[in-house]
Design a protein around this ligand. Sequence first.
Ligand SMILES: [Zn+2]
Length: 301
Amino acid sequence: MRFVVKPEANKTDKLKHQDTINALNVIASTKNKDLISDVIYRDSYQDIDEIRSRVEDQLAITYLNKCAYCERLEKADIEHYRPKKSVKGEIHDGYYWLCYEWTNLLPSCVKCNRDGAKLTHFPILGTRVLAPKLLRGRRIDLNCNKAFNKPLIDEIPYLLHPEIDNPQLFFEFELDPSGEGIRLKGIDADGRGVKTIEICKLNRQELRLHRQREVMDPFVESIEAIFAKRTINEIDDNKLVTEITNQLDVLKRNASKVKKSHTLLRKYIIKDEKSFKSIVLPFLDKSIRPILLAAYRNWAK
Ligand SMILES: [Zn+2]
C-alpha cells in the first residue's frame, strides 16, 4: 500500500453528471439498493479489443495500474471501500449511498478483494454510520459522503484508506520465518495495520514471494555477481565497494519510482540500518554480509 492523491477532478463525466446525483438521491431516500447500477460506477465501453470501464481507466491512472491494497501491478476491479449492500458480521444495510462516491471507489486486485479476502468486511473502531445525511428535498449531503469528512472519518475504519492514511505509519516488514518471502507487519497501537493485513490477506504466500522476487532478487543477483568477479580477481577491493555502492544507488532510485510495485517495501529496506540488516542481509551468504553492511554504513552516511 502507498499513499495516493486522487483528485475529485479525475472523476468520470458520468459520475460527475447531474443525472447521477439525481439517481443517487433516489437510492439514498428510498434505500432501494436494487437501483444501484454498474452502468454508472463502471461506465463500460467497447474498445477495439475488449469491453473496458471508464472508471477503472481513471482509477488505474491515479493508482499507476497498481492494486490499492497490495501494490502489485495487476488488473484491478472497482472496489467499494465501504461495501455498498451489506457489512459482514453487522446489522447494517451497507453503505448504499456511497455507491457512486469517488472516495469510496478504489482499484483492487481479485486476490485482495475476493478469494476470501476483503469482500464485505468493514470493521471499525469508532461510531458506525448507518444512514446517509439527507438535506431538505430528500437530497443527499454530498460532503458527508467523502471518506475524509465527518461523519465517515469518525468511524475510524480498521481498513486503511490509501488516500487518507499514510501506510508508513502503520507498517514495517519482516522475513517469513519459514523462508517464504517477506511479511508485512502492523505496528500502530490501534491495530489498524494488523487488521488491514488480515482483511485483505496481505501476507498470503503468493504476495510474500512476490515481494521477494520483485524487490530483493534483482539486488541479490547483482551483489552475488560482484562478489563472483572479486573471487576470480576480475576486480579489486576498491572496485568491489564502488560496485556495491552503485547497486545501493539502484535500490534508492527504485524506491522513489512510484510506478514500480511494492514502493513501501522498497523505501523500508534502505530506511535505516535496522531494516537493511533485518530484510536485505539475510538473503546473502554469511561471508558477504559484513562487507555489504560496511558498504551500506558508508553509503548511508
Ligand atoms: Zn491486491
